[in-house]
Write a protein that binds this ligand. Sequence first.
Ligand SMILES: *Cc1c(COP(=O)(O)O)cnc(C)c1O
Length: 343
Amino acid sequence: MSYQGILHRYGHLLDLPAHTRAISLLEGNTPLVPLPRLGHELGCELFVKYEGLNPTGSFKDRGMTAAISEALGRGAQTVICASTGNTAASAAAYAARAGLRAIVLIPQGKVAAGKLAGAIAYGAEVIQVDGSFDDALALVVEITQKTPLALVNSINPYRIEGQKSSAFEICDDLGAAPDWLCLPVGNAGNITAYWAGFKQYQKGLPQILGVQAAGAAPLVLGHPVEKPETVATAIRIGRPARGEQALQAAQESRGQIIAVSDAEILQAQKILASEGLWVEPASAAGIAGLLAQTQSAGMEVRGKKIVVVCTGHGMKDPAIITESFTSPKVIPADYDSLFALVE
Ligand SMILES: *Cc1c(COP(=O)(O)O)cnc(C)c1O
């Protein structure tokens, strides 16, 4: 039978209540794309788990199918989340599919155009907060404690359950867990879910390299960051809700959480594009971290099997690219003008 989404494929491995009513957009089942050129350069077998190919363009759909399905089955009528953008678009799409009302809070002016447009297109009520993501999340937590609104941020345990599916898929594709898993860390739901997923699946355990942006690196600094700043808006988070679990995943796996600069993130975005994968800046943090570790000899990669999670698609954040390029040349519609340019 053709693919029917995460709850259908892995539901028996996910800890979801019996009242769950599956809502799916056929998320998951994303490709593990080899990066032969960079892999050869580093002397390792390198793959990208291309999560930008999920229905709304990010891995958030894996957790959202579970969270919305549970909320619907429980009889919730309205879901709410705080978001740096991708959670908003995903919650909006799955709520629309389920016939639920969705309210999303975003930090004012700090959300990529394609994500905001997505949330609006799917019919969510979008509210901008004059503050950070962390401020918006605190508001969402408070209102869901005092009203029947259902919270679908990754504090919601069903989000983590759904997101475990990516670890299962990687093991199924490779036959076993890789030696290393590298991924960006923002609110730290995803690193928590991967570690839980690998532990549960029992096909071996990777070492985990979690990567934060230098301007939003509370887990590296060891304290919250009041005013997080980075071009990688999806990980512009100063007070990660699952920070403790992220540190635990890094420690238990004999891995590490490190920080990379915005320049390193943008360079990694270019390297991925040079192998045909356009990802959003936060998504490139995993590769940036891997490169930083190999250059500083902090990590032995030779002969290893390495999976880098690219969490979201580049198309949602076009301004990062278009602002750094001059506009394409305009020519008259004649052959000689074209020939003069391309010869
Ligand atoms: C949400 C998100 C992250 C961060 O994931 P956390 O679970 O918050 O650590 C990274 N990249 C993209 C594209 C995201 O949307």
